[in-house]
Ligand binder design. Structure first.
Ligand SMILES: Nc1ncnc2c1ncn2[C@@H]1O[C@H](COP(=O)(O)OP(=O)(O)OP(=O)(O)O)[C@@H](O)[C@H]1O
Length: 325
């Protein structure tokens, strides 16, 4: 197993009290697989990724376990985390400029990574950078490698960032809303690219998104998060065919047809997400759930398998009642 997350928790201490952003997340990721993490704003998607990377804000605290191959990452030294982040797990963000230095040519930035992490000489490093820009389909990479980030369009900059992340040949790429800021055509091109890179480089991907189209197109499995907890975990196919959690069903019901998944963003379900400062003892979705009953208020449902398969859900309601017919 490439990544094993067990009972992961993220808690922030603030002036208003304790914010429980991620609560008891457990999942596994195989080498080369793609997992989508979806949920409304504030559901804990980004904090899950940052906790895996050891990049939480200073007021955040992680509990539980994150094993990357044989290495425990929770509580690992700064030195270990630098090594893991440098060479084994890459992360890409919505805004490529969070990773690119506007004052340095792309060649300088990419070569530096290769010199530092792969011990290459400068000339060889620039040649390798050109190859990587070719791999992410940047036209005329030989000349463009010597340009500054602002000389690239938004989509091309995102490609440069992906190329830069892949230089160290990571086994896992965590992508946090990488296409959200791009227009639809460019979005589709970047998703195609990520899909190709999976095959070319054998890299596993965790794709964080609020866009169901991205999940449908790219992901093997999907985690649906709500209030920092997993509501449903299934293969993308299973989830789109028959969601068994009321929240997941709500998300999918708000799409007119399965085909239109490809153009759909998550549509808000009536009501508000839970207050993470005062999470209810029961199911966090209870207040917005059409299937809620007494035990949902009192007791948080455990994440259990559906039909004895890999498909998991955390809900007290009967599977058959929730699953669309
Ligand atoms: N440093 C912090 N201190 C206190 N609370 C925080 C801190 N960082 C994040 N949070 C809270 O943690 C919760 C989960 O945030 P997270 O960024 O993971 O949400 P998300 O699902 O990625 O949403 P979005 O799509 O809006 O990015 C939010 O309620 C957020 O306000």
């Amino acid at each position: 197993m490439l990544l094993t997350v067990d009972n992961l928790g993220v808690r922030f201490t603030t002036e208003d009290g304790v914010v429980d952003a991620v609560n008891g997340l457990s999942f596994e990721l195989d080498a080369g697989a793609t997992l989508g993490i979806v949920g409304e704003s504030g559901s804990g998607k980004s904090q899950t990724a940052l906790a895996i990377m050891g990049l939480l804000a200073a007021n955040g605290q992680v509990t539980g376990s994150v094993r990357f191959k044989d290495q425990e990452l929770v509580g690992a030294s700064q030195r270990t985390m630098n090594r893991i982040r440098g060479a084994h797990i890459g992360m890409i963000f919505q805004d490529p400029m969070t990773s690119l230095n506007p004052y340095l040519k792309v060649s300088t930035q990419m070569a530096e990574v290769l010199v530092r992490h792969r011990g290459m000489g400068r000339r060889e490093a620039v040649q390798e950078s050109i190859k990587m820009l070719d791999a992410v389909r940047i036209p005329d990479a030989k000349n463009r490698v010597h340009r500054y980030p602002h000389e690239f369009s938004g989509g091309m900059r995102q490609r440069v960032m992906i190329a830069m992340t892949l230089l160290t040949r990571p086994e896992l790429l965590i992508a946090d809303e990488p296409t959200t800021a791009l227009d639809v055509t460019v979005q589709a091109q970047i998703l195609d690219l990520l899909s190709d890179l999976r095959t070319e480089f054998g890299v596993a991907v965790i794709m964080i998104t609020h866009d169901l189209g991205v999940v449908a197109d790219l992901c093997d499995d999907v985690l649906v998060l709500y209030g920092g907890q997993i509501m449903e975990h299934a293969s993308a196919r299973t989830l789109f065919k028959g969601p068994t959690h009321p929240y997941a069903r709500g998300l999918l019901d708000s799409i007119p047809s399965l085909e239109s998944v490809h153009q759909s963003e998550l549509v808000a379900i009536p009501g508000n997400p839970p207050d993470l400062l005062h999470l209810p003892p029961g199911c966090p979705f209870e207040a917005r759930c059409a299937w809620a009953h007494e035990s949902c208020v009192a007791q948080r449902p455990a994440l259990v398998t559906v039909d004895g398969s890999d498909h998991r859900r955390a809900c007290h309601a009967d599977v058959q009642e929730v699953r669309p017919t």
